[in-house]
Design a protein around this ligand. Structure first.
Ligand SMILES: NC(=O)c1ccc[n+]([C@@H]2O[C@H](COP(=O)([O-])OP(=O)(O)OC[C@H]3O[C@@H](n4cnc5c(N)ncnc54)[C@H](O)[C@@H]3O)[C@@H](O)[C@H]2O)c1
Length: 372
C-alpha cells in the first residue's frame, strides 16, 4: 500500500494505491488520508463495474452508512449534462447533504461525470474517486478536472468543454479492478503512462518499453511497479499548478491532436480516448521533429514505445488536414484564437508552444495518415 499526498494549498488530497482496497473500503475511509466515513453516500458506478461497486457498498453498509446506488453508462455521448442531472436527482432522492458524499467507481467517463455532479450539487459536496481503468488510475481520477462533452456548432462532439475543478477527497486505486478490464482498454491506459514518461520521467518511459508485454497482459508485478511512478508525475504537476495556469497544460501532450480526431468516425468503430492520445503523441512528435525540438532517434523511440504497447500510430478514418485543424481550434488551451500545443523537447521533457508554424502542424497530421 502506498499513499501519495497531493499538497494542493487549501485542498490537500491523496492517492492511495492499494490492491484489495475495495474489499475493505469503509475501513480505508476511516483510516486514510483526507477522507472520512460519511453518514450517507451515493455510490455512482459504471454498469460494467457493478461487481467492484458491490464490494464498496457492502463494506459501507456494514459500517452503518446509508448507501444509495446509481449505475451509469460509460460512453462519450452519455458524458452529458443530461447524465449529470440524473446524478443530481439521485442525490436529492437520497437526501444527501453537504456532510455526505458521492463515490465514483469507473473509468474516466464516470469520474468526470460524477466529479462534475459533486462540484455542482449543493454548490459542492465531497467526492471519492475509485478509478477502474489504468487510464483513470494514472490520470483522470487525479487532479480534480471534471466535466462533460458538448455538441459543437458543426454538430461534432466537443470534449470536456463544460466542467469544473473539484478535487476528490481521496482517490483510491485498487489494481484488482483491472482484472475485468478488456486488453484494448488496458493498452489505452498505457498511452497516458507513456505520456507521463515523456513529460517528466525518462526512466518510466524506458521501463514501459522494456515491460510492454507484461504491462499489456496486466502482469501484477509490472502494473504495481508502474502505477506509483506514473501517478507521481501527475500529482507533482497538479500540486504545483492545480488550476492549469501554466505547467499543468503539459499533461495535455498529444491531446490537442487526439481530441480533434477522437470523435471522428472510423470504418472499424470508434477510437478509445487513450488510442486517440497515442496517435496525437505521434503527430506531436512529428511536429516537434520538424521544429527541431527532438531528433529522428527520439521520434523513433516515441513511436516504437507506443507500438510495443500495441497502440495505434495512424488515424484510419477519412478526414482532411483542414477539418482537423478547424477542430483543433476549439481546444480549451487556445487563447485569442491562437493555437497552443504541447510538444516534446527531447525525451523526458516538453514545452508549451504558442502558435507553432502551421507547416509543422500540417506535417504532424500527414504523419498520422491525414491528407489534404
Ligand atoms: N479528468 C481528467 O483529468 C481526465 C484525464 C484523462 C482522460 N479523461 C477522460 O476520461 C475518459 C476516458 O476514460 P477511460 O479511458 O478510463 O475510459 P472509460 O471510462 O470510457 O472506460 C472504458 C471502457 O471500459 C469499461 N470499464 C471501465 N472499467 C472497467 C473494469 N474495471 N472492468 C470492465 N470494464 C471496465 C467502461 O465501461 C468503458 O466501456 C475520457 O472521457 C477522457 O476525456 C479525463
Amino acid at each position: 500500500m502506498i499513499e501519495i499526498p497531493v499538497n494542493i494549498p487549501g485542498q490537500p488530497t491523496s492517492v492511495l494505491v492499494y490492491r484489495g482496497a475495495l474489499e475493505s473500503f469503509a475501513a480505508v475511509l476511516k483510516t486514510h488520508g483526507t477522507a472520512t466515513l460519511p453518514r450517507r453516500a451515493l455510490v455512482c458506478f459504471d454498469r460494467n463495474c457493478a461487481v467492484h461497486a458491490n464490494h464498496a457498498v457492502r463494506t459501507l453498509r456494514a459500517e452503518g452508512v446509508a448507501v444509495s446506488e446509481f449505475g451509469l453508462e460509460a460512453t462519450e455521448s452519455a458524458k452529458s449534462v443530461r447524465a449529470v442531472e440524473t446524478i443530481w436527482d439521485a442525490a436529492l432522492a437520497a437526501r444527501l447533504d453537504r456532510g455526505d458524499c458521492l463515490v465514483a467507481i469507473g473509468g474516466g467517463i464516470i469520474g468526470d461525470l460524477v466529479g462534475f455532479a459533486a462540484a455542482t450539487y449543493l454548490r459542492g459536496i465531497r467526492v471519492i474517486q475509485v478509478p477502474t481503468t489504468l487510464l483513470a488510475m494514472v490520470d483522470a481520477a487525479i487532479g480534480g478536472k471534471t466535466g462533460v462533452n458538448r455538441t459543437l456548432p458543426d454538430g461534432g462532439l466537443g470534449k470536456n468543454l463544460v466542467g469544473a475543478f473539484w478535487q476528490p477527497s481521496i482517490t483510491i486505486v485498487d489494481a484488482n479492478t483491472l482484472r475485468t478490464l478488456g486488453k484494448r482498454e488496458l493498452r489505452a491506459g498505457l498511452a497516458e503512462c507513456v505520456k507521463h514518461g515523456l513529460i517528466a520521467d525518462l526512466e518510466l518511459f524506458h521501463d514501459i518499453r522494456k515491460n510492454a508485454d507484461a504491462l499489456s497482459n496486466n502482469d501484477t508485478t509490472a502494473i504495481d511497479r508502474l502505477l506509483p511512478r506514473a501517478i507521481l508525475v501527475k500529482t507533482a504537476i497538479v500540486a504545483r499548478d492545480p488550476l492549469e495556469r501554466g505547467e499543468r497544460a503539459k499533461l495535455n501532450l498529444g491531446h490537442t491532436f487526439g481530441h480533434a480526431i477522437e470523435t471522428l468516425p472510423l470504418s472499424s468503430g470508434n477510437l478509445l480516448h487513450g488510442e486517440a492520445v497515442a496517435i496525437g503523441i505521434c503527430a506531436a512528435a512529428t511536429t516537434a521533429k520538424s521544429m527541431e525540438m527532438i531528433n529522428a532517434d527520439e521520434q523513433t523511440a516515441i513511436t516504437n514505445t507506443l507500438a510495443s504497447c500495441g497502440l495505434p500510430q495512424r488515424f484510419e478514418g477519412t478526414t482532411t488536414v483542414d477539418d482537423v485543424l478547424r477542430r483543433m481550434g476549439f481546444d480549451k488551451k487556445n487563447e485569442g484564437g491562437k493555437l497552443k500545443l504541447i510538444l516534446p523537447r527531447g525525451l523526458g521533457a516538453c514545452e508549451i508552444v504558442s502558435e507553432p508554424p502551421e507547416s509543422a502542424v500540417r506535417e504532424g497530421l500527414r504523419a498520422i495518415g491525414i491528407h489534404s
